[in-house]
Design a protein around this ligand. Structure first.
Ligand code: ADP
Ligand code: MG
Length: 653
């Protein structure tokens, strides 16, 4: 008995039933030789299937040992057992256990797939086997489109595709009508004649009569082991699949793209078979990704607009005003800031230009129109610093400043207000009692710094202080600092100079660069804040994916069991579910980005103020993020699926 192919020694199998142990198999000893055809017969509940599952390495004994070809199975790990199921055993179940999503060929291919066979080879093999079993015209039929007998033949083909040295058939005729059942038994005899070792489990003595050796089991114990001389080899043409039990190399090692590809294909099939569920799962990811991408684009767009506004206000300018700060009521009485300060400032090396401003509120009159508005005495650099450009005419120059010329530049609001039906250029308007000639009209400025209904009239600052106020102090000085100069350093230099000239600090400075920095920082904070909220929705989406995947694992337990029975490794199962989760998230990510662009289009249509700016980084990050979510939230369900016990999974409905 030493060369027994399958050798069961003192095997006991018990299950926990509440507080008690239910012993289903009790000290079983059984040797099965190569090429035997055996029937295990017994009443329902006697433990036949349990014994069969142990023989097929789907289940493990509670006690005792099981040797296959002299090797102890208790020393093998899960992958070794999966390899045995894949390479040596072929299972035929009472209820066929085919994968309902796959065609006949697809079902037969599965064990070959896990054995790393190339797609062409395994398809050829599957087709040949199915044709030999009389199913050549049913290759692409799904199990639901096949009769019971046909389905059982598909499962025989599946058992044979990797060789199937030992065929384990658990009530193979149990669900078949008598003629299909008889055909199935003839088929099994043919396989036996070809050299396959056949083990059939049945409660039916007529079926058992086909075997050469009949083992009777009752209440978990073997009560009879007889050889059956009357069994006959049938006169059928032999199947040419005969293979001896030899050591097959485990082709487990190494990368195999075919298996990844097949897993991807399976995932796509599973997804398309549950389209609504897949879409609802994706929805969380779609919304999450779309909101993250749009919020970032919105933030970038609004920030860009604010920065544009600031730069139209004048890049890097520092304003000097009298007083101790904004809102200082005594600042009106501080009269120390003069045009000479501006001249002194403009001589500093890091100063591009310095221009004083004098403001006055006067009545502005043209023919019969009188409006009240503010006039500003400014230097020649003022317009460049503030980013004004001309619609008509010209700005005043240095000579106008020197000779206190009575000329004015007006903005488009003032032009519309005073010259509704005439040409402004060259006209003379009265500022209080001072007549000035309009020499230029500026273009309307789109800027946060100018409210759109303001009336602006600009004169040379010397004209305002000399001819209107008859004084020499100014309201503020705007300093434009040279490019490439650190604005904080320049600000300090300016403060030092003016403080030295005034011998006291009776002024304060406003640095637009600081304003820009503050606005940028604020909008960055806002973007971060909203992104965080969007990220939370992404997280919730991920948890949704995990939830659905967990449900899907439960729902597909039987599928997982079948795959494991035909030899899928734990890594194969894990990979399939992970790929599915990642695929769902990846597609969700792609749709989310599409949605974000759609939002951008709608936004632009309804609001022309600014555009959403999509950066490629945020899109790549969105894809990366959704993939990572797939991996992270798919991991737990995938691991749960991979850790299922094959028998438990198979017996689940
Ligand atoms: P048979 O195939 O001979 O009809 P089984 O081997 O399927 O019988 O089952 C034998 C006994 O073991 C039955 O009473 C069944 O309830 C019990 N049994 C089988 N599997 C389990 C299990 N996983 N947990 C608990 N009890 C089980
Ligand atoms: Mg059974």
């Amino acid at each position: 008995m030493t060369d027994a192919l399958l050798n069961i020694k003192g095997v006991t199998r018990s299950f926990a039933a509440g507080d008690q142990q239910l012993t289903v198999l009790n000290d079983i000893n059984l040797q099965i030789m190569r090429g035997e055809m055996i029937a295990i017969i017994g009443a329902s509940g006697s433990g036949k299937s349990t014994l069969m599952n142990i023989l097929g390495c789907l289940d493990k004994p509670s006690q005792g040992s099981y040797f296959i070809n002299g090797k102890d199975t208790s020393a093998m790990d899960e992958d070794d057992l999966a390899a045995l199921r894949r390479e040596y055993f072929g299972f035929i179940f009472q209820r066929y256990h085919l994968l309902s999503d796959l065609s006949a060929v697809g079902n037969v291919e599965v064990p070959a797939l896990y054995a790393n066979e190339a797609q062409n080879t395994r398809q050829d093999k599957a087709k040949k086997l199915l044709s030999r079993l009389g199913l050549s015209d049913r290759l692409d039929h799904k199990p639901a489109q096949l009769s019971g007998g046909q389905q059982q033949r598909v499962s025989v083909a599946r058992a044979l595709v990797n060789g199937g040295d030992v065929i384990l058939a658990d009530e193979p005729t149990g669900a078949l009508d008598s003629s299909s059942g008889a055909e199935m038994m003839k088929l099994l005899r043919e396989l036996h004649a070809d050299g396959h070792t056949i083990i059939i489990v049945t409660h039916d003595p007529e079926i058992a009569a086909f075997a050469d050796r009949i083992i009777e089991i009752k209440d978990g114990e073997i009560i009879g082991d007889t050889s059956n001389a009357s069994s006959q080899e049938p006169n059928y043409p032999k199947l040419a699949t005969q293979q001896g039990l030899h050591q097959k190399a485990d082709v487990n090692k190494g990368m195999n793209w075919s298996r990844y590809f097949a897993a991807l294909k399976m995932s796509l099939i599973a997804m398309s078979n549950h389209r609504l569920r897949t879409f609802l799962t994706m929805l969380g990811i779609i919304i999450g990704i779309a909101s993250v991408v749009s919020v970032v684009a919105l933030g970038a767009g609004s920030q860009q607009q604010i920065l544009d506004n600031i730069s139209s206000m004048g890049t890097n300018t520092i304003e000097i005003k009298p007083g101790t700060g904004r809102g200082d009521r005594r600042s009106a009485r501080v009269r120390s800031l003069t045009a000479d300060d501006a001249t002194a400032l403009s001589n500093l090396p890091f100063v591009d230009s310095a221009t004083p401003t004098v403001r006055a509120n006067v009545a502005i009159r043209y023919s019969s129109e009188t409006v009240s508005g503010s006039i500003q005495g400014v230097g020649t650099e003022y317009f460049r610093v503030r980013g004004y450009s001309l619609a008509q005419g010209q700005f005043f120059g240095e000579d106008s400043i020197e000779s206190l010329e009575q000329v004015a530049v007006i903005d488009s609001n003032t032009e519309q207000e005073l010259f509704a039906d005439g040409d402004a250029l060259g006209s003379v308007i009265f500022l209080g009692r001072l007549p000035v000639r309009v020499i230029g009209v500026t273009q309307a400025l789109d800027s946060v710094s100018s409210s759109s209904d303001e009336l602006n009239i600009w004169l040379p600052y010397t004209t305002v202080s000399g001819r209107i106020f008859r004084q020499n102090y100014v309201d503020d000085i705007t300093v434009r600092i040279s490019d490439n100069v650190d604005s904080d350093v320049a600000e300090q230099g300016i403060i030092d100079l003016i403080a030295m000239r005034h011998e006291t600090v009776d002024f304060f400075t406003i640095n637009t660069d600081t304003i820009r920095q503050n606005i940028t920082k604020t909008s960055e904070t806002m973007t971060l804040l909203i992104s965080a909220i969007a990220f939370i929705s992404l997280l919730v989406g991920g948890i949704g994916v995990m939830n659905i995947m967990l449900v899907s694992v439960t729902e597909r337990t039987r599928e997982i069991g079948i795959r494991m029975a035909v030899g899928a490794r734990q890594t194969d199962i894990m990979r399939q579910f992970l790929i599915e989760a990642v695929l769902v998230c990846f597609c969700g990510g792609a749709l989310g980005i599409g949605l974000a662009y759609l939002v951008g289009e709608v936004f632009q249509y309804s609001n022309s103020e600014f555009e959403m700016i999509y950066s490629s980084t945020s899109i790549i990050a969105a894809f990366a993020c959704s993939t990572v979510i797939g991996i992270v939230f798919g991991f737990l369900p995938a691991r749960n699926a991979a850790r299922l016990n094959p028998v438990d999974a198979l017996s689940r409905d």
